[in-house]
Design a protein around this ligand. Structure first.
Ligand SMILES: NC(=O)c1ccc[n+]([C@@H]2O[C@H](COP(=O)([O-])OP(=O)(O)OC[C@H]3O[C@@H](n4cnc5c(N)ncnc54)[C@H](OP(=O)(O)O)[C@@H]3O)[C@@H](O)[C@H]2O)c1
Length: 301
């Protein structure tokens, strides 16, 4: 099994969907202009973020990242890059995966993509897919392979796939399903690197509850309780949210989405504030058991 280079991985990984296409829950934000994008990527790298998450499905994100990667010279250490192939189409799964990996490699201008994931989790089980990914590893076009999941049940099945060494999954104060599933221990036993995404549930965590649409109403009470608790203990909610995920054994890095440098700075400051473990546990208790229709963005209208 090819492992992800954990020794070079930062606690935060920069998500790039926001840099490639209009994205967002409350208001769709548009990607920053090219100059701002390069400045944002530079700022992330210079502040110690070593890993960048992208996908073919993120509009221009792969090529934007590729433009930025050109600014690195060979003497410098390279940023770690994760990308994903889109949902499979057609019968020849083996060729589909290999062709898309080449397209990603070209857009990114990288000899090796450090991790290449199935964006649509079920695709990893189709015949030919893991063989194609393994062959790409053997040829050095990708460093490791894995899957991006939404459901613990799918992750449980994916752990049986030989050679799989990277997983991206949702985890947040509002969505603790994976933390309570026992699967993170199994990932750790198998040496699988786990990335947590949607740590702020696409920003829902920070919304004032009256801005929540009807279908997310069940989140209002825990969000009010969390915001009040954070203010009582004098800890930014972003710090509680990041710590709740990053203190979970088995999770190596949090993939965060940001639209501008101000948000990057806020989250880097938040990362430096380490709430007591007791406070994190109390925060977690305030928001357990939300229905999947609230915590799974695929089910949002
Ligand atoms: N594999 C997959 O299927 C998948 C799915 C989704 C995302 N991702 C990856 O994960 C990354 C993160 O995704 P996400 O958007 O779900 O997660 P997120 O990190 O939970 O939320 C990001 C959003 O939260 C808001 N935000 C961030 N920091 C904030 C702060 N300090 N205060 C207030 N608001 C803040 C911003 O929204 P506003 O600008 O609207 O305030 C930002 O766009 C993406 O970029 C992408 O790389 C992967």
């Amino acid at each position: 099994m090819r492992s992800f280079p954990l020794h070079r991985l930062s606690k935060l990984t920069l998500g790039t969907v926001q840099l490639g296409m209009p994205y967002g829950f409350a208001v769709k934000t548009h990607p920053p202009n090219p100059v701002e994008t390069m400045q944002l990527l530079d700022a992330a790298w210079n502040s110690g973020i070593t890993c960048f998450d992208t996908a073919q499905a993120y509009g221009e994100a792969e090529s934007v990242l590729g433009q930025w990667l050109k600014t690195f010279d060979r003497e410098q250490p390279d940023p770690l890059i994760i990308s994903k192939f889109p949902a499979l189409a057609g019968d020849n799964t083996f060729s589909f995966v290999r062709d898309h990996a080449r397209q990603s490699q070209q857009a990114l201008g990288r000899q090796t993509i450090d991790a290449y994931l199935a964006h649509n989790a079920e695709d990893i089980f189709l015949p030919g897919v893991s063989d194609a990914l393994q062959s790409l590893c053997d040829e050095g076009l990708i460093g490791s392979f894995g899957v991006s999941v939404y459901d613990p049940e799918i992750l449980a099945r994916a752990l049986d796939i030989e050679g799989l060494s990277v997983v991206q999954l949702p985890a947040s104060l509002l969505d603790q399903r994976f933390q309570h599933s026992g699967l993170l221990d199994r990932c750790a036993e198998r040496g699988i690197t786990v990335f947590a995404r949607s740590v702020f549930l696409q920003g829902v965590l920070f919304l004032s509850p009256e801005r929540l649409p009807d279908h997310l109403r069940p989140a209002a009470e825990p969000i009010i309780a969390l915001q009040r608790f954070a203010s009582e203990i004098g800890c930014p909610l972003a710090s509680l949210a990041l710590s709740a995920v990053l203190t979970t054994p088995g999770i190596s890095s949090a993939v965060i989405g940001i639209a501008d440098q101000a948000q990057l700075a806020t989250n880097l400051e938040a990362l430096e504030i380490r709430p007591e473990l007791d406070a994190i546990e109390q925060a977690k208790k305030l928001c357990r058991g939300l229905p999947v229709s609230v915590i799974d963005p695929r089910q949002w209208r």
